[in-house]
Design a protein around this ligand. Structure first.
Ligand code: NAD
Length: 365
């Protein structure tokens, strides 16, 4: 009975029908708050429109109260759809006046990668907590500056690593800790999508800071870290362009190999030339295989013990309730700027290894 209900909910999710959290009788964060966390979305592109805004609507403890947009047409549409007050609608020129708005707790930066640092700092300067999308910055140096500035302004800085808040990924993390199958020995991670949108900011190095590696390879790096529970010590990498006329300004396909202190090896691949969504972990005494491992869901996987049977949740709703718990109850954020910085350090090292053809040491400080 329990399983058939779960299968039914899974099928609904797979068919794109949104499953309200209440219907699943699930509560990721049994938190008590006096009020909801009041959020302003900054940048109303695909991710904000199709994932974050619906996620906020499904969350238990968050509320979309405002927007930042350069488009008066979008402002009018969002105002009507989400019943937003005029005083909570900003453009990129008057954004800094948000400092005088007592009805906003957090700004969520969902802009092209090159704009994350500027808007995180402007939000912090306004005295508001801030969440930024991944990758948090263009490089590790910028990530360190963002963390230091948010600290100096006494605001919390979070990164939108939605998978850290969902059950399949939590099980991968648990296996690293509890070692049901012994230590992880070899990890294989692949995340790729066929991106042919030549005009988009993702195709422009100045805006994206790279290519598929910054966009989706970052999930593989993060997965290698949570699959082992360790930080890597060195990397080798190879960059390949099979279609240089399409991917002129950015990387297309990158392969890399991370070494961990325990001896575990993680082999990764990211690309804009094909599609891939896999995570496999070979432990001393068993294995785990997930595909898809990084998409919005439903995620799927098996281990040596059989199919992974975990609740299918709305990633962004769970993530936002996690942020609400941390910010309203003044707890540490589960995915803080420091988590984003570790990935930026590794991304920098992978780029250097691919450019030089040499093994690059990784130091997490
Ligand atoms: P998008 O291109 O759909 O949206 C970007 C938005 O920024 C647009 O509304 C655009 O108008 C706005 N913008 C403002 N100033 C701009 C400028 N000068 N140039 C270009 N755009 C400008 O992109 P997206 O897919 O929504 O990605 C936004 C961010 O979210 C990226 O950092 C991306 O990595 C991240 N993202 C995260 C996930 C996830 O699962 N966590 C998924 C998708 C995207």
């Amino acid at each position: 009975m329990k399983n058939s209900r779960r299968d039914f909910l899974r099928n609904l999710a797979a068919s794109g029908v949104l499953v309200p959290l209440a219907a699943q009788n699930l509560q990721a964060y049994p938190i008590t708050t006096d009020r909801k966390l009041r959020i302003v979305l900054c940048g109303l592109g695909n991710y904000a429109t199709n994932q974050l805004a619906p996620g906020l609507a499904q969350s238990k403890n968050c509320e979309l109260v405002g927007i930042v947009t350069g488009s008066p047409e979008k402002a009018a549409k969002w105002k009507e759809k989400y019943n937003l007050a005029d005083k909570n609608i900003y453009n990129y020129q008057n954004f800094d006046t948000i400092a005088n708005n007592p009805d906003v707790d957090v700004v969520y930066v969902v802009l092209p990668n090159s704009m994350h640092a500027e808007y995180v700092m402007r939000t912090a300067k306004a005295g508001k907590h801030v969440i930024t999308e991944k990758p948090m910055s263009m490089d590790a140096k910028q990530a360190r500056e963002m963390i230091a500035y948010c600290k100096s302004q006494k605001v919390k800085l979070g990164v939108g690593y939605r998978l850290h808040y969902e059950p399949f990924t939590n099980e991968v993390m648990r296996l690293a800790k509890d070692k049901d199958f012994g230590k992880p020995k070899f990890i294989e991670t692949k995340f790729a999508w066929r991106n042919r949108d030549l005009k988009a900011w993702r195709m422009n190095n100045k805006w994206s800071g790279g290519g598929a590696l910054m966009d989706v390879g970052i999930y593989c790096i993060n997965a290698s870290r949570y699959a082992t529970g360790e930080e890597p010590i060195s990397v080798t990498a190879q960059a390949i362009k099979t279609e240089p006329e399409v991917y002129r300004d950015i990387e297309e396909t990158i392969l890399w190999q991370l070494k961990f202190p325990s001896g575990a090896i993680a082999s990764g691949m990211s690309s804009y030339a094909t599609n891939a969504h896999e995570l496999s972990i070979h432990y001393e005494k068993g294995s785990l295989s997930m595909s898809p491992a990084y998409d919005y869901g439903p995620l799927k996987g098996t281990t040596s013990k059989g199919p992974m049977d975990f609740p299918i949740v709305h990633h962004q709703a769970y993530q936002m309730d996690g942020f609400a718990d941390a910010i309203l109850n003044n707890k540490p954020i589960l995915t803080p700027g420091e988590e984003g910085l570790k990935d930026m350090i590794i991304l920098d090292a992978i780029k250097k290894a691919a450019n030089t053809g040499k093994e690059v040491k990784i130091v997490m400080s």
